[in-house]
Design a protein. Structure first.
Length: 151
């Protein structure tokens, strides 16, 4: 059961990410997200990195509740699911897509190419309006189809 809770939370986080990205980051929290769409050369940290902390807080609180409060063990596994999604987000978004660290630079996997293409389309919009492709691991099917044709 703990594994199922963790996996379900991980998968649910894709929806949470999509919703928060579309309605918060491209909404009233645009001032924190804007520098991610309008990068300055040579900048390592962005105001957008604040979202790592924002998303880590529930995970940390759930770890603590699941560890220290009797009867709250489920909270620990929900916190783990959030943590694993955050780790995946860091690996896929910051390392693979944006190459903040020069790793995984030559992947020819159709799935990863589709994710990269969808994110590139997201970034073609420099303002908060008219955005597209707000998720990380699941993107519109057209990008998968395009990349499957290339295989």
């Amino acid at each position: 059961m703990p594994f199922l809770i963790t996996i379900t939370t991980f998968l649910t986080m894709e929806g949470v990410t999509w919703l928060s990205h579309k309605f918060l980051m491209h909404g009233w929290l645009w001032n924190l997200h804007e520098d991610h769409h309008n990068k300055k050369a040579g900048s390592i940290l962005e105001r957008n990195d604040t979202f790592f902390i924002i998303f880590a807080i529930p995970s940390i609180l759930l770890f603590a509740a699941g560890t220290f409060l009797p009867g709250w063990s489920t909270a620990l596994y929900i916190g783990l699911g959030i943590f694993f999604y955050g780790l995946g987000y860091f690996l896929v978004h910051d390392i693979f897509i944006h190459q903040r660290f020069k790793l995984f630079t030559r992947s020819n996997n159709f799935y990863l190419r589709a994710i990269r293409k969808a994110h590139k389309m997201h970034h073609k919009h420099l303002g908060p309006e008219d955005g597209e492709c707000f998720g990380m691991l699941w993107v519109p099917l057209k990008y998968f189809r395009e990349e499957l044709k290339r295989v």
